[in-house]
Each structure stands twice: as structure tokens, then as C-alpha cells.
Design a protein around this ligand. Sequence first.
Ligand code: CA
Length: 568
Amino acid sequence: MPEPFFGHPAWALSATAALLLAACGGSDDPINALPQLTPATGAALSNCATLASGFTFPNATIASAESVPAGTLTWAGAPVAAHCLVKGEMFRRTSSMDGTSYAIMFEMRLPQDWNGRFFYQANGGADGVVRTALGGGGANPTPALTQGFAVISSDAGHQGQNNLAFGVDYQARLDYGYQAVAKLTPMAKALIKAAYGKNPDRSYIGGCSNGGRHTFVAMTRMPEEYDGYLAGAPGYRLPLAAIANQFGAQRYASVATDPADLSTAFTSAERAMVSAKVVAKCDALDGATDGIIQDVNACQAAFDFQRDVPTCTAARDGTCLSPAQKTAIGPIFSGATDASGKVFYSSFPFDAGHDAADSSFWEFFVPTVIDPGATALIWSTPPADPATFDPAAFALNTPVDTMLAAVAATNATYTESGLTLMQPVEPTRLDRLRNRGAKVMVYHGVSDPIFSVNDTTAWYDGLQAHNGGDASNFARYYRVPGMSHCGVGPATDQFDLLPKLVDWVEKGQAPTSVIAQARGAGNALGANPDVPAGWSPTRTRPLCPYPQVARLKPGATDLESADSFRCE
Ligand SMILES: [Ca+2]
């Protein structure tokens, strides 16, 4: 069973987890030319079993190393290539704070036919699970392992997907925040050298959601360790996003007809109705009436939530929103605010995917079950007591200013705040990474209900500004209209940016548009339930490097093909 959205299920409880330019920049300009890194060259694995006993690294213990024949695992119905599976752990210890035994558990999958590259699979959610080290990512048709990468995956230093109580242990907080990646990276490179006789020629890190956050953190804390950074839906300000989501829960609670079910505040039918109104207003702005809103910015200017969504004059019936609903829900889109009225996280754009298959999970379940535990147990100083913690009561009754203060606080024990240990350090200042020839690619779904694409756009705008108005010679950013969190939504959500990133890093071939495909009926990775019935199941679209927008070519008529569109 593949894990098609590994940014996704880690946040999810198991029951719901099943859901989930083109300016060439400085390269033509000798004054501003960036160094060109050399391509990786492959090698063959000499021996697998000896890695169990023959490899040593400080603070690391190898538990097992065993050969995995081709086809033992499959991805999208295709066999995963023969490889060596190494399992181990680093920094085993017993916490003096909660008495728990902690370690950074990991697995590495080392392909028999190696391409000379290392891929750090940064996982989603609150980590806590060693997910299969395939380097799948999003709805990627070919996992990194099958592409020939040596791949590592870890639990980031604590066990239990739904166990947020690890946050009481300060070291476990730090490992989750940024230290697990820093500790595992040199070990992984050394293990690769032991397996193949040389270090990886090129190293990459990527993931979606919290995996995108790990990637952003590595961009700023480890600019020398990785040559390519591939971040999806980066929750790079995860604590603020989680508090914003609890702000949303408080607003929803004010209009929920069933206090035990926040989705009664903004039902599936109502969310679909809002998206239909957005589509009616914005779809054609890109030249194609095709259910996809490519011109995100023009849409935000054209669509007015208060004006363009019908206001109920009688009982709610799914075709309108009551005045009280509009009052409650409007600020969730315009951006959660603190007591002073300041937006502390981000606005969310209006788009076609507000009723995506995962939207109810993120909007109504996560903010009362997962966000509060993360806020109070992992990021707050001091943490709440896990034994008596009531997530829903915390989320619905705690003023957001209290939460914001707690995640920014420190004391003698928790000497780094939740914000500090989770967030990248000055993420718009990537000079060290840039100047050594490393590259960055980022993607984000416009309908993402948990981490706002607008927050990522604000990051990229800041990066552009820091680089004289154009960062495209080392960092490119792709918005995916209609896509929800790391996948699904009425979108072309299947694409593979990793080979594009490799070509950029190692050959200097900067990516332009990237072809994405819908996962309609019959897709090998499983159908996306949000693909509209009127679409070809294999509809394609170009993803355009921001700020470009895909527009219908003059005279083009085939709305199912990327060939009909161009990035402008
Ligand atoms: Ca359109």
C-alpha cells in the first residue's frame, strides 16, 4: 500500500488518514553567475548484510540490514527496485523530564543500482512514525528510491503518530523541530559511503506539510548539507498556522448548530456552494472556463465573500450563508487576528476546492483534536500537563493571544520557544545556499485549508525582494490551483518535481512549466475523489513558476490538455 500523501496521514488519526518564467536569472550574466554543481555518478551496492555489523557512527546503532528483492514493495502498481533496508536509531536516552525512553528511529533504503544521490524524506504531521523510506511525496508517480536515490526516513525522535505528549521532554521538542534532521544527515551520508564506497555526490531533501517545514528549516540551518530542497505545502510557520486553525474553530463554534460537530457551521454543501460562486466569478479570468482558477490574484480582486455569496433570507439550505455565518467565517479567509486586530498568520484565498475530500478533516477535526495538543504540549512554555489536557476545551476556550504568548515564551528549562525551534531562521535570506549553487523548488495547493498558499507566496515575495526582485536563478515556486493539502481537490495534483530539481542542480537546466495530471478514474495511485465528472480522467495542465499564470492559448480549444495553455 503506497502512502500517496505522506504529508497527510501523519497529522491524521488512522480512521481519517486514508483521505490525503522563466527568466534565466544570473546564469547568462557572468557577474551574477552562480556556481554550477557537477552531476552525480552512480555506483552499485557491494554488500547489504555487512552494514549491520560493519558500519559504526557516533551515537548510532544499526539494528538490521537486509536485502529487499525487486517487487517486494510496489508503488502505483509498479515494482520498487531491489534495495538494502537498514534500520537503526540514534541518541537513545531516557528522559529525566518524563521518564520515557527516546531515540531518533530511522530506516534507510539503499538501491542496488544507485544514482549517486541521497534523498532525505522529511515526513508530515508531528512525525512519530518511521514511514517507509521510498521518497514518494505527494502523488508522485515514481518514488525517489525507484529513481535510484538512497532514501532515509525517520520518526524525528519520538514514537507515536498521535502521541503529542513528547513535547514535555525538551530534547524531543528540539529533535522534532530541527535537530533530528541535523543529527541524521551526516550519519546517512556516512552509511552511504559504507555501502557504495563514496559519499553521495548530491543530496536532496523534500517533503510536504510538516515535511515542507523540515525542508524550509534545512534551507536555513543546513545550507551546505543539501544541494536541492523540494518543499510542498510548507507549514514553515506551523505553530501560527495551528493557532489560526483554532481561531477558526472558535468562529465555527459560534455558528455550529451541533456544538459537537463544527462542520455544522459550514457544511459540505455550503462549502461547495461558496466554491461554485468563486468559480462563477473567476474561472474565465484565465481565458478557459474549465473549473480551474489559474489567475489566483485576479480572482481575489474580483471575488467578494460578503457580496458574491448569497445571504439567506430564510432557513439555511445549502444555497446561501446566514448573516451570522458570514460574520463568523469571513475572518477565517481574511486572516486570523489577535486581540489588537493584527493578522498573525495569513489570509486564505478563495478557490475552487473548499469542499475538497480532506477539507472537513482540516477545518473541523484537526483544530479541536490535534492543533491544541501541538500548541499546548509541544510548543508552549511551560507545556500543559498531558494527563489532564482537554484538547477541545483548550482550542475553543483559550484566547489566541494566550496561545501566541505561550509559543513565543521561554524559561530556564525550555530555553528555545516553540516558534524558534519549529520555524526556519530568516527564510528569505538563503544567500549561503544560493551562493554555493544549491536550488529550491516549492509547490502549494491554492485550496489548502491548513497551511495557506498566501503565506508561502509571502515568503517567495520576500525572497524575491531580498534578491533584487528576482530569486528565480535559484528558487522557484509553483501554485497548484484547486489542490488541497498536499493533494486532492479539483486539481491536477499528480506531478514529479524531483527530476526537475536534479536537472537544475546538476545540469543547470532551470525548470519552467511542469506538467501536472489529474488523478481521475483508473489512476495507478488511486483516484482523486474530487476530480469533477466532466473532466478527462487524465486532464493535464502546466504548473507555472510564480508569478506566471497558465492561460489558454489563443485559438486553443482542447480544455483537457496542457498543450492548450501557456505560462504568462
Ligand atoms: Ca479557468
